[in-house]
Write a protein that binds this ligand. Structure first.
Ligand SMILES: [Zn+2]
Length: 109
């Protein structure tokens, strides 16, 4: 158990809406709730609340590892959870769609 992260979860979980919690539990969404700078860190890191499928609880951590291989660790059971932002994927999908639409309709003008 990581007590710093447990305290962070306790502090930030009540701020989330029911919709946020729904996304976290059902869509494997990770929601950024704050930035923290801890001892020995060169700067602030974003902290996320996410769902741990192993102990079936909300968890709180910052992304660790390199860009294409980022992960979060559950502060209760140390389960490794891949860090993939749904938001980023949706944004990419939407921008690809938008691009396709503007190519298709833009030429007719
Ligand atoms: Zn866990």
């Amino acid at each position: 158990m990581n007590w710093k992260n447990a305290a962070g979860l306790k502090k930030h979980l009540p701020k989330l809406s029911d919709f946020d919690k729904f996304c976290i539990r059902n869509l494997e969404s990770k929601i950024e709730v704050c930035e923290e700078q801890r001892e020995g860190w060169p700067g602030k890191m974003p902290f996320y609340i996410f769902w741990c499928p192993n102990c079936e609880n909300y968890s709180y951590d910052y992304p660790q590892g390199f860009a294409e291989n980022r992960r979060l660790y559950c502060h209760r059971c140390d389960e490794r959870v891949d860090f993939v932002l749904l938001r980023t994927e949706m944004k990419m999908l939407l921008s690809a769609l938008w691009c396709g639409i503007s190519i298709r309709f833009g030429r007719k003008k």
